[in-house]
Write a protein that binds this ligand. Structure first.
Ligand code: COA
Length: 144
């Protein structure tokens, strides 16, 4: 598996499988805007030229915010999410950033465990953050 910076060409490769193979909480159009935004950095995981996951963050001043991380449904539990997150953490370190923060649905146990494994601390709850109904934990990593 290789991890590289994600390009618009990578998004085109995924266009037809984005909704079936990945969770559909981010549309093609929103991802395209993300990739065109100079404040965001996305990485992509590829196996045999097939995209098996991607993750992105937004950088502002000396802080990063995780915008998205998703692994192809059939490829979960094999370390790909961890490698994607690690790649973003390394970019944060290279940029000398101070914090890396994210929101995660309080019911999303796999993601919460992933973030804890990589040193994110749970700092509190944003009530009704998702669809004005589900709560989110705010998690931050300081040791970049
Ligand atoms: C969250 C997600 C990206 C994890 O990707 P993944 O490739 O399956 O994760 P990995 O195999 O790299 O696992 C890394 C760590 O995450 C945790 N983890 C992953 N899947 C887990 C599960 N089903 N249950 C509990 N912990 C889990 C573990 O701590 C694991 O480390 P370990 O293997 O040493 O125990 C993946 O489940 C996903 O795409 N989910 C849907 C999208 C999503 O919810 N994104 C987060 C939005 S905030």
């Amino acid at each position: 598996m290789e991890i590289t910076e994600m390009t618009l060409d990578d998004l085109e490769l995924m266009k037809d499988t984005l909704y079936s193979d990945f969770d559909n909480f981010w549309s093609y159009n929103i991802l395209k805007q993300e990739l065109e935004n100079e404040k965001t950095t996305y990485v992509v995981a590829k196996e045999n030229n097939e995209i098996v996951g991607f993750a992105g963050m937004m950088v502002f001043m000396d802080e990063a915010t995780l915008n998205n991380i998703v692994v192809k449904k059939s490829c979960r539990g094999r370390g790909i999410g961890g490698e994607l997150l690690e790649a973003l953490i390394e970019i944060c370190a290279d940029l000398n950033l101070k914090t890396f923060t994210l929101e995660v649905n309080t019911s999303n146990i796999p993601a919460i465990k992933l973030y804890e494994k990589f040193g994110f601390q749970n700092l509190g709850i944003r009530k009704k953050y998702y669809n004005n109904s589900q709560d989110a934990y705010i998690m931050t990593k300081y040791d970049l």
